[in-house]
Design a protein around this ligand. Structure first.
Ligand code: ADP
Length: 307
């Protein structure tokens, strides 16, 4: 279990906290998606979890070990795949892996096995002799991932590992993460790509301005506001007479073709559908709760542009 309790973090000289009283629990074995706009605090949080930044306020326990006292033990069973390329561009793929593997202090036979596993998991077996700096963007990301896998982490933290890469490498990386998680590794995956988080993660936390706005499974998040209610799009805008008929449904909001009904239960829904049919109207789309993660995300974090 990863327990994050009332964690705040402020960069030196910064006017605002990068994290502000953040509390979050992540269960072991989870494939946890940490979603947030740029600057929301994702990188800061995973840097704290991996001991790259010092804990200033609050408490963090990872699989029973507390930070900062047990930072070394935590680093032994965890790996961070950072956003930046974390390898030597002038060394080949194999030289990089050998170097990072040797840092782990493994015996030769163990090291060879780990190198093979990491190369295969990241799909790099045919690129071993290529200089890392000459790899395509997608292959560079895969090398980052391979290096992260060398210590067979029980906790894998990935900071936006699919930014700016081709669809094939993206698919490959996502499939690899799924497989690693299926074999028991807890994964924390930060991203601002909603579809990735939707399809990949069994639990999602939404961060903004250093605070956790929501946490739960996709289904829980999409149904979290009972009063978000029913949204229905009509095939054609209702005439004045049709609108008057619809207004017999208490609390129904009508805006052009869009109808919104907060707190809609089954009886009210039946009444509304009957009313539409009786007045020659039909629904082209019906949504209950939020249609997808992006709608919820924009609702929670607002629509203003971020840097
Ligand atoms: P994200 O990963 O979600 O984009 P970050 O954790 O990188 O967010 O940033 C959170 C906040 O901390 C932002 O306001 C950012 O500008 C600020 N920040 C990040 N790194 C530094 C730094 N090294 N020095 C000062 N402020 C920083």
């Amino acid at each position: 279990m990863i327990q994050i309790e009332a964690v705040s973090f402020s960069y030196p000289g910064a006017a605002r906290d990068a994290l502000h009283g953040l509390s979050l629990q992540i269960r072991p074995g989870s494939l946890f998606g940490l979603l947030g706009p740029n600057g929301s605090g994702k990188t800061t949080l995973i840097s704290l979890l991996t001991g790259l930044l010092p804990l200033q306020r609050g408490q963090i326990r990872i699989h029973g070990q507390a930070l900062p006292a047990q930072a070394g033990a935590i680093q032994n069973f965890s790996a961070l795949v950072p956003q930046e390329y974390a390898f030597y561009p002038r060394l080949t793929v194999m030289e990089n892996l050998r170097f990072f593997g040797s840092v782990l202090g493994l015996r030769a036979a163990d090291l060879r096995e780990r190198l093979d596993t990491a190369l295969n998991a990241a799909g790099l077996a045919s690129f071993v002799s290529v200089r890392a700096g000459h790899l395509s963007g997608g292959l560079k990301r895969r090398l980052n991932l391979a290096i992260g896998l060398l210590n067979r982490p029980r906790l894998l933290l990935l900071d936006e590992p699919t930014v700016g890469i081709d669809p094939q490498s993206r698919r490959f990386i996502l499939d690899t993460i799924r497989e690693i998680n299926a074999r028991g590794t807890t994964v924390i995956y930060t991203s601002h790509y909603m579809e990735e988080v939707e399809s990949l993660c069994d639990e999602i936390g939404v961060l903004d301005d250093g605070c956790l706005l929501a946490q739960g499974s996709l289904e829980q998040l999409l149904n979290r506001d009972a009063d978000h209610g029913l949204r229905l799009t009509l095939g054609t805008p209702p005439s004045a007479a049709q609108q008057a008929a619809l207004r017999s449904v208490p609390a129904l909001e009508i805006a052009d073709r869009e109808l919104h009904l907060p707190n809609c239960n089954a009886a009210v829904l039946q009444h509304l559908l009957a009313l539409l049919a009786a007045n020659g109207l039909h629904a082209s789309r019906i949504n209950y709760g939020y249609g997808n993660l992006e709608e919820l995300f924009l609702h929670l974090t607002g629509r203003q542009l971020r840097d």
